[in-house]
Ligand binder design. Structure first.
Ligand code: PEP
Ligand code: MG
Length: 320
């Protein structure tokens, strides 16, 4: 019986009242796909493409990228796969892309800004993604490929990215919400983008003005902070109003209680390291959508991260 239980397919992520909340995996390499599926991932919510670029002295070729993307998409036939175009920046400098001499690289030419300044790299990446998608579809059911841009801070950047992605035949193009400006403008941004995915790691860094790589300010890097949650609420409300999906792909989605709060704020899917899926799945199943909204309201009304967590816990039927 134990074996059967271990190999039975996991039910899709859902709340106690059957509201679906797809549970997706954050992956950095196509090789992690089988393990993610075994751990219950219903698809990929964030595929970080940096690994292809980081160790390279020159950008990888279209052919090299195509092989990696086809392997990924081929592992998720019939499932959603959200690929993020290259996110080079402060924490991941590239010899052929970034200006290493910025005084304040977190606020510099990073994410989509850097790709725009080296547009050939973006165009090659979109070409490789479209070719990989076609290649996988030629041999059976394809994956549902979504492509998103990192570090988008304006409506104009959103319009730029979705237009260029569609030029390459990408059907579903969206943006990451990692900067307060794009959270505050979510209702405008989501008129241009097909979806938003909130990167809570960077959103927390930029909201709290605390470098996520700096140990001395690590206590500020807490997505439970009501300032961060209020921005998530903006995005969730815009998504609901416009009927557009709002995913979460930062570390916050891996915290079982915070995951419930994020759903209460309007997140429609959660993506995390595959090892976190089981605990988040169990926590969702212990809360209804009404519970999730109640927990969210309790957290939003708190003064700081610790009291937001305590308030959500007190409002939860599980008290965990
Ligand atoms: C984030 O910022 O939350 C995110 C998912 O992107 P990364 O951690 O790769 O910056
Ligand atoms: Mg980020």
């Amino acid at each position: 019986a134990r074996r059967a239980a271990a190999s039975a397919p996991l039910t899709p992520g859902a709340l106690a009242d059957d509201t679906p909340v797809p549970l997706l995996a954050n992956l950095g390499k196509a090789e992690g796909a089988d393990e993610a599926v075994a751990l219950g991932a219903e698809g990929v919510g964030l595929f970080r493409t940096e690994f292809l670029f980081l160790s390279a002295a020159a950008a990888p070729t279209i052919a090299e990228q195509r092989v990696a993307y086809a392997r990924l998409l081929g592992s998720f036939r019939g499932k959603k796969v959200v690929v993020r175009v290259l996110d080079a920046g402060a924490d991941k400098p590239l010899a052929f892309l970034n200006d290493a001499h910025e005084e304040n690289p977190a606020l510099g030419l990073r994410g989509l800004r850097a790709l725009r300044a080296s547009e050939d790299i973006l165009r090659e990446q979109l070409t490789a993604l479209a070719e990989a998608d076609a290649e996988v579809r030629a041999s059976g059911e394809g994956a549902d490929l979504w492509v998103m841009a990192p570090m988008v801070s304006t409506v104009e950047e959103t319009a730029y990215f979705t237009a260029i992605a569609r030029d390459y035949g990408i059907r579903t193009a969206g943006v990451m919400v990692e900067v307060p400006s794009s959270a505050l403008l979510a209702d405008r941004i989501l008129t241009r983008a097909d979806f938003a995915s909130i990167g809570t790691n960077d959103l927390t860094q930029y909201t709290m003005a605390a470098d996520r790589l700096l140990g001395s300010v690590a206590s500020f890097q807490d997505a439970w902070h009501p300032a961060v949650l209020r921005l998530v609420r903006e995005v969730g409300a815009a998504g609901r109003a416009l009927g557009k999906p709002v995913g979460i792909c930062g570390e916050a989605a891996a915290d079982p209680l915070l995951a419930v709060v994020l759903v209460g704020l309007g997140a429609t899917s959660l993506s995390m390291a595959p090892t976190a899926l089981a605990d988040v799945r169990a926590s969702l199943l212990a809360h209804t959508l009404d519970d999730a909204r109640r927990l969210a309201d309790a957290a939003l009304a708190a003064d700081d991260a610790a009291s937001a967590r305590a308030a959500a816990r007190a409002a939860s039927p599980t008290k965990k």
